[in-house]
Design a protein around this ligand. Structure first.
Ligand code: C5P
Length: 211
């Protein structure tokens, strides 16, 4: 059985950075599950369908095969796909279509890796409730919006902090209050607050909890 590490948290909390570093340090496979929801969003926009259309979104999700997906597609990383992802992620049938792939990745990590690190919103609660280690990474929303605005500016997007903060509040609310698999720490998760913690310090803390 592979060792599974679940890393959940809201946008720009530092969960992706932490999850990638844990995977690199331990030699585990890494899956950014947000990209699955983003890919559904990108595809639904490409076929000019309405993200609120659950049946179409679920049909798209059912076609996915992790090994064939192009996670390097820049369209998966922009603000539009993040926003549409949060809409399609509220559909029960989309989530149901994506559960199997994620569990399979955790059970049988690619490349015969001895373990898997999955980051997302519901890994410790729904996808892998039996994960060996669970982290919930959080930070004050103003700090998260500041990080995201900086990241976007570095990519050449002249983003305004107030707009990013507004969008992030909306997405957080959607993720935390949706009926299915809302964003919440698992009861047995270690919470890491990165409001005043560097990426190095968060990594060191997580590693000390694992050891
Ligand atoms: O993590 P990321 O910002 O890429 O996720 C985009 C959106 O996908 C989130 O706001 C959330 O609505 C959804 N998501 C989810 N469950 C996951 C990962 C992402 O609902 N495990």
């Amino acid at each position: 059985m592979s060792i599974v590490i679940a890393v959940d948290g809201p946008a720009a909390s530092g969960k992706g950075t932490l999850a990638r570093r844990l995977a690199a340090e331990l030699g585990y496979a890494y899956l950014d599950t947000g990209l699955l929801y983003r890919a559904v969003g990108v595809e639904i926009l490409r076929v000019a369908a309405d993200p609120a259309d659950e049946a179409i979104a679920a049909d798209i999700a059912r076609e996915f095969c992790i090994s064939e997906m192009n996670f390097a597609d820049p369209a998966l990383r922009n603000e539009t796909s993040g926003h549409v992802a949060a809409v399609v992620a509220t559909h029960a049938n989309v989530r149901a279509a994506l559960v199997g792939l994620q569990r399979e990745f955790a059970r049988n990590p690619p490349g015969s890796a001895p373990g898997a690190v999955l980051d997302g919103r519901d890994i410790g609660t729904i996808i892998c409730p039996g994960a060996d280690y669970k982290f919930f990474v959080d930070a004050a929303i103003e700090v998260r919006a500041g990080r995201r605005a900086k990241e976007l500016r570095e990519k050449g997007d002249p983003s305004i902090y107030s707009r990013v903060l507004h969008d992030m509040k909306e997405r957080d609310l959607r993720d935390r209050t949706r009926k299915i698999a809302p964003l919440a720490p698992a009861a047995d998760a270690s919470v890491i607050d990165t409001t005043n913690l560097s990426a190095d310090a968060a990594f060191a803390l997580a590693m000390s909890l694992i050891k």
